[in-house]
Write a protein that binds this ligand. Structure first.
Ligand code: GLN
Length: 190
């Protein structure tokens, strides 16, 4: 399977390594010309506002939005989840998102004291998954079509709406391939 990793900013190298370890062919997506090679896409963690700006300047924003709305399987992690969400709270004024995953996320929702932390997550199909949270968003609400695959502190941290998956944490930094494996399996089946 051919997987694209949005490579404008953030933790895209780690995503690439995980996908390659799972036997996929990876394209680093930096411009519209890279989209044709993608049967699934990963949007990494990083800084959602910076990524959005680079999506605009690279000319990638609109063609990528079209592919996503057309049903391209996507896994958004952390900032990537923010970019996929339908509603962003505490975003910059006029912060944009693709709106393909029916969740409300609050940027930097864990606040200062707990900005970054690690905890063990009970993920559906991947028990005792190492959860690495870095200035993570908090999912405050999910739409009726969204399945919650893991929670932390009563809040969803891994969600799925059909072929669109979002994690508030960083599965690519966990040293554990199971979530990527599940996503790629679902994307392949789609
Ligand atoms: N706080 C970042 C943002 O708002 C996300 C952090 C991350 O991706 N690790 O974009």
């Amino acid at each position: 399977m051919k997987v694209g990793v949005l490579a404008l900013q953030g933790a895209f190298r780690e995503q690439r390594e995980v996908c390659e370890a799972l036997g996929t062919t990876v394209t680093e997506v930096r411009g519209p010309e890279h989209l044709d090679a993608c049967e699934a896409l990963i949007i990494p963690g990083g800084e959602s506002t910076t990524m959005t700006r680079l999506l605009r300047t690279s000319g990638l924003h609109d063609p990528l939005a079209a592919r996503l709305h057309d049903g391209l399987p996507v896994l958004g992690t952390c900032a990537g989840l923010i970019l996929c969400a339908t509603t962003i709270l505490d975003g910059l004024p006029e912060q944009e998102s693709f709106g393909v995953l029916d969740v409300t996320v609050r940027r930097n929702g864990y606040g200062r004291q707990q900005e970054s932390f690690e905890t063990t997550l009970d993920v559906v199909g991947a028990p005792e998954f190492p959860g690495v949270f870095i200035r993570a968003p908090v999912v405050e609400a999910v739409g009726p079509g969204v399945t919650v695959l893991a929670e932390h502190g009563g809040r969803p941290v891994l969600v799925r709406e059909g072929v669109r998956w979002g994690a508030t944490f960083h599965p690519e930094l966990a040293g554990d391939l199971r979530i990527h494996e599940q996503f790629l399996h679902a994307a392949r089946a789609a």
